[in-house]
Design a binder for this molecule. Sequence first.
Ligand code: ZN
Length: 324
Amino acid sequence: MNWISNYVRPKINSLFSRREVPENLWKKCPECGSMLFHRELSDNLNVCTSCDHHMQLTPRERFTALFDGGIFTEVKVPEPVADPLQFRDQKRYPDRLKAAQRATGEHEAMLVAEGEMGRTPVVAAAQDFSFIGGSMSMYVGNAFIAGAERAVKLKRPYIVFSAAGGARMQEGILALMQMPRTTVAIQMLKEAGLPYIVVLTHPTTGGVTASYAMLGDIHIAEPNALIGFAGTRVIEQTIREQLPEGFQRAEYLLDHGMLDRVTHRKKMKEELVSLCRMLMKMEPPVVGDLPAPPSEPELPAPAQPEPSQAAAGDEAAPMEEQKK
Ligand SMILES: [Zn+2]
């Protein structure tokens, strides 16, 4: 009995608990309930392979997928005053921030980056819904403005991926003040004649919808994204009417003129690149073309008049060197 309970059982338990680990490799789709293998899911940009549901994507994952070769440079964001209201709910606000930083591995709820998408230079910012609900804090305001200023300085389009539950409660009115601040930053882009494109992802609500997420030159949304100011239940209780099906979803908003496009995540890069190039008056994007077509007809030409061409080439080389 002792041998069984002291040795065999722990051994069996440890064997089974070790086997539980691979369960984390599977993720359940919240929409259709299919179990999805994590690698397959991340290869598919967190879009469910069976029902096409667009799941949450962190800013870093998004940028890795959008920027050429997954390479981008983070834009520095000025640090705001920490915990200005000394706010405390069930937890102290600094503790809540630290917990979110540990859980996400990110500093705050917005990431700003510069780089090239389809050989098109852009500045982009993305909100992280997993960081305290992607809430708009003073840092998020600073990040948005830092991105806009960078775009103006480099004369590049500014693309923002919104995802938020609203303003950050723990910063009170200081969080709400980010609404006018970001609006001024957008005006700065407009005065510089630079495109400002918003990609609304699930969910974009509250103060973010009421400010920078709805002030773009072009509004694109991911399929079935929830976009609105107040929640459906609050509106229903206020107007005492039942709201139509699909209310506040991307497709509904597209039908009612609030959005310009609803675009699948896999087509997003292509669409953003062609929009940016069109608005920046650049050449249309090169899609799947073989490199350097003009060099091919030039190559066979010197093969016919060999001696004179070679001589000319020899003379031309030192001339160029002298000029330098
Ligand atoms: Zn699904």
